[in-house]
Design a protein around this ligand. Structure first.
Ligand code: PMP
Length: 292
């Protein structure tokens, strides 16, 4: 993946993709002092770009560092890179991390670096599986208590349990895993938020120890515009039996129907399909409905 054509924006400059390297003694690599974003461009425009960039700044603030580029500068760098890559529909990955100027847990004076990469990433899940609804395992690892980890930051370190959970799920033939939180409540998937449908209403866990995803917030807006009631609440895994439909949503996953979670099964139907379609229109500048 590191030997492609094209450019990466690296600390203010466009460098050749294959030359965008860091030293092995990078603090971000050893101690996970890194935060990142995941964005998507549709028809040449990055959807909710400024919201993502603001979240990147906020993620860094939570980890105790300041990105040395303003939100406007980062937005502009993303737009310029998209044009330079010659892509209209693409995935955008900004990442900020503490550098390699000193080694040890404390790294007060290490440089804060920022890089942005853009590549084509059409579907996060196998497109055929996605239409039928994907199968989720129930992860062993749980989302930590906010007093145990900075759970509101899109911090690289928090993805350790996501990769472990996703790998474990894949080893059993599942596409992904649903994670519970430290209390045993339903939380989210390893890289996407989760929604359920019952009696014409959407139910989704309150995001008090995981990301309140930008896609999640978009889905809630779209559902409200359709007059679909959205209930944010505590959801226990035993309740899964009573839900009719389920989907996960995130920038990479977009809206992906779920057919199974462990022993529970769901059937993608009207509300999931309507929201999939509304979302795919909302992200495209030419198809976006005027906000009410
Ligand atoms: N939860 C996790 C763990 C994620 O990695 C993501 C993707 N960033 C989300 C939720 C969804 O966030 P968003 O809709 O902002 O992409």
């Amino acid at each position: 993946f590191d030997q492609q054509d094209g450019y990466i924006w690296f600390n203010g400059e466009f460098v050749q993709w294959a030359d965008a390297k860091v030293h092995v003694l990078t603090h971000g690599l050893h101690y996970a002092s890194a935060v990142f974003e995941g964005e998507r461009a549709y028809d040449g425009e990055i959807f909710k770009l400024t919201e993502h960039t603001e979240r990147l700044h906020e993620s860094a603030r939570i980890l105790g560092f300041k990105i040395p580029y303003s939100v406007e500068e980062i937005d502009e760098a993303c737009r310029q890179l998209l044009a330079k890559q010659g892509m209209k529909d693409a995935y955008v990955r900004p990442i900020a991390w503490r550098g390699s100027e000193s080694m040890g847990v404390s790294a007060q004076n290490n440089r804060i670096n920022l890089a942005i990469a853009i590549w084509e990433w059409p579907s996060y899940f196998d497109p055929e599986q996605k239409l039928k609804g994907i199968r989720l395992d129930i992860a062993e690892y749980r989302r930590p208590d906010p007093r145990t980890a900075p759970s509101k930051s899109k911090a690289a370190g928090l993805y350790m349990i996501c990769t472990l959970s996703k790998h474990a799920a894949e080893a059993k033939g599942y596409a992904d895993a649903m994670m519970l939180d430290w209390r045993g409540q339903v939380a989210e998937a390893t890289g996407a938020n989760i929604f359920f449908v019952k009696d014409g209403k959407l139910h989704t866990p309150t995001p008090d120890c995981f990301l309140n995803g930008i896609t999640r917030q978009t889905i809630i807006d779209l559902a409200k515009r359709r007059g679909i009631e959205v209930v944010e609440r505590v959801i226990m895994p035993e309740e899964l039996e009573g839900f009719e439909q389920c989907f996960i949503c995130g920038t990479a996953a977009e809206v992906t129907p779920v057919a199974e979670i462990g022993p529970y099964s769901f059937k993608p139907a009207e509300i999931t399909k309507v929201l999939m379609e509304d979302y795919s229109n909302e992200v495209r500048p030419g198809l976006r409905a005027a906000a009410e």
